[in-house]
Design a protein around this ligand. Sequence first.
Ligand code: DLL
Length: 430
Amino acid sequence: MFSPEIEKIDRKALREMQLERLKYTVHYAYENVPMYRRRFDEIGLRPEHIRTLKDIELIPYTTKDDLRENYPFGMFAVPMKKIVRLHASSGTTGKPVVGGYTRRDLDNWSTCIARILTMAGATDEDIFHVAFGYGLFTGGFGLHYGVEKLGATVVPVSSGNTERQLMLMKDFGATALIATPSYAMYLAETAKKQGILSDLKIRLVCMGAEASTAEMHEALQKLFGALPTENYGLTEVGGPGVSGECREKAGMHINEDMFYPEIIDMDHNRVQGEGELGEMVITTLTKEGMPVLRYRTKDITSITYEPCRCGRTLARMSRVIGRTDDMLIIRGVNVFPSQIESVLMGMDELGKMYEIVVDRVNYMDTIEVRVEVDDASLLTDYSKLEALVAKIKHNLRVVLQLDVKVKLVEPFSIPRTEGKVKRVTDLRKK
Ligand code: DLL
């Protein structure tokens, strides 16, 4: 373990530490961030009203809109002189969310990442190929400094130029790959196509920044012959480093000394119990540059506090099944793209790239799944093709309780992305 004193901490001692840090953060945010002072004053809440961890529920939520309204630096709690780094989310619409880091924030961030990489089985002997974008995105630099803190070798390749990436992975003898799940898959598929998969020494694939399914992990493990693990985070609370999977792959351990997690019910905004699915809400416990209280992530997951087989006592969050704003409602049925991915990735006849197109025809919602086949020759064999389409439709119906149109397409015909993949096109929104 990278920080055994924290990762194996007795939970009572952890709760005491969290309470102390929560009280401090609440005072600190109230004193230094005008938005928080206003919010508290409006409802007559004073920082000293927070006496127990449960009292966190008295604090109003923070949302993406709050951060946008305070763009770019209104949420910062220190003068700019103390901010040594800025990052921002890519945000497809409107202004991005900006994060500001003090020197101490950067140090804590690297510690969180070094823990997560160690959990995944990395050591200072690994050579990390970092294929996350370097720039305002928190993925590249965030992981980079964590690898350095671990003492491993970092190859800051950034995103783009897949063939060159593979050449470097091979020539530099990379043992660990850091990428989004979709890009890791693209690298593996391309290496397979070029016949160089067996020349790669990758033993770990550390993925994050987008959702993935157990089936996707299995498919990657088969291709790379390496253990895929995932980690989670978001720009609003600092970027990657909130949580990560250990080799037991039984949920992502949350760095609870730095982040206080809650799960709330999506409809009633109530705090959920252990194991119940809901929206993740995060409060930062050590941030100086931009403390955030009860941030609504929109990510749907659950939390367990049971100690893990690996010996860590830090709580674990389950794989994110989707975002509240990603959920599709098709003819009244709730559908998460991850449910569709589980079905597709579990079928050997299929390739690993797919897209989902939703439309409305004659007032009726339609959903079409386009998926690549593994072997192009299948597309010319009409009876096999029909049987496969029928099988996919059946499997999707079992999971979704919906009839889905299925179109099989040639390998590598769906465009790949180097950053976060966009699987769904919803034409109803046009
Ligand atoms: O994606 C931070 C990050 C970078 C995490 C690299 C892990 C690795 P944003 O660009 O602000 O920050 O996007 C945050 O991405 O709210 C989730 O919806 C999604 N996300 C991140 N990690 C995971 C994951 C980074 N492991 C948003 N599983 C979050 C599912 C994830 N979704």
